[in-house]
Design a protein around this ligand. Sequence first.
Ligand SMILES: [Zn+2]
Ligand SMILES: [Zn+2]
Length: 501
Amino acid sequence: MKNRKLNIFILISLILTIFFILNPFGVEILNARPGGGHSYSGGGSSSGGGGGGDGIGLLIYYIFSVLPPQISIPLVIGVIVLKFYVDKKNSSENQTIVATPGIQATMNRNYVIERSLQQLLSIDPNFSKVLFLDFVASIYNKYYTWFGSENFKNLSPYFDTYELQRSKNLHNKQTVNEIVIGSMRISEINLLQSVTGIAVDIEANYTLNIHGRKTRYAVVERWYFNRKTGIISPEPDKMRKLVCPACAAPVSFTDDGVCESCGTKINAGEMQWFVLKHKILSQEVFSTKGLAHYEEEIGTNLPTIYQHNIQETSMNFARRHNIDWNSWRMQFSQNVVSEYFIKIYNAWSINKLNSVRNLLTDRLYDSFMFWIDAYKTAGLKNKLENINISNVQLVSIDEDKFYESITVRIFASALDYVIDASGKVQGGSDKNPRYFSEYWTFIRRQGVEKDAYDYSTCPNCGAPADKMGQAGVCEYCGTKISNGDFSWVLAIITQDESYTG
Ligand SMILES: [Zn+2]
Ligand SMILES: [Zn+2]
């Protein structure tokens, strides 16, 4: 009997292993840096023959720890051989898959998600996509930061007990740090009678450290969040940071989900979202090898994806702010979109973002800093010069109780090239401008009327914006500027070929 169980277990392990190695969800890692009109693939998925350090390493570790040696050793050899052949096969094929589904299919899918969002708003008027994604980012970040450490229990109301156990089993065996989230997108919403589910696709980078061996990964993951249907989302202060949904103290929970501040037991999904499951859609070892490589522009000529009811949402926006739509749109394109675009590109080009810190959300800033550091590590610099905007199209307006967001498609050209330490051009061109387009999403807190302001100052106190620090807090007045409480901040940049609405 025991043997039969073991056999079934081995069989399942084998199937999982093969599935994992073949990775049927291969998705291209997309670049989130400014001017990233060209696609950038993480640099191959070689893992050094399975010596440990990546997912395969974990799997091998797992096989060794649960199976007797007469089974685990041949199994591990099999895994390594199979992985070697798959890697070899993959590297000989062209791996760049650019998902450009039919525009109609994309719009239909967006329409379904948007309709579900409206339905969700009708039963939870406090739901805000901006705040929900902030919450998702916090959970993602803390999950990896705390996994395998004592602190992981502080997440007990947000995960299954299975994850808590897994974290305990890996106690002090692995750490993850330098987590950078590149982008997040809601890919599915399920409104069932008793449960509401939202799936979020997250593109990120992190460094995994197993027994002192560090490997940097670029990943795309899908996280499924669930909550009891009928719950009203907590107010912004309880969504922007990871806090107890009952008393708002920073998360500090027992294994059973009892808050150490207020004593409330938080059952998964009863007051706040929890993670039902998560999976890796694609994982590549990150390398700076491809940074100077430029692919041909592919998305510039794609038709613009507009929100299906953009007429209606823009008229609502005009009514809410008591403005003449056409003149407002023109001044927004000029004084906000173009100003931010030029300022951010110029700051990027000199590798210094402090002058535009007040224009970016925390996540976007972190993501930019990651790419700037990656270029630096590779001894390269990305220059963007002679920037010229030829058109700005306003494509989407979203609002909820707490935030407004506006997405525009910007058509521009620039000399976009990469130089090495000696100033030699390694990629791109410093003579021929590259034409491209990008979708930029700006957010602003509801009730704020300020559009443009003198961007070299703090929009709250008017002092010079030279001391915003990494956290986007004005050192003169102590106020956080980077969450859109005073004026627009740039929250998302999406390349035209990957924008789906
Ligand atoms: Zn509490
Ligand atoms: Zn200030």
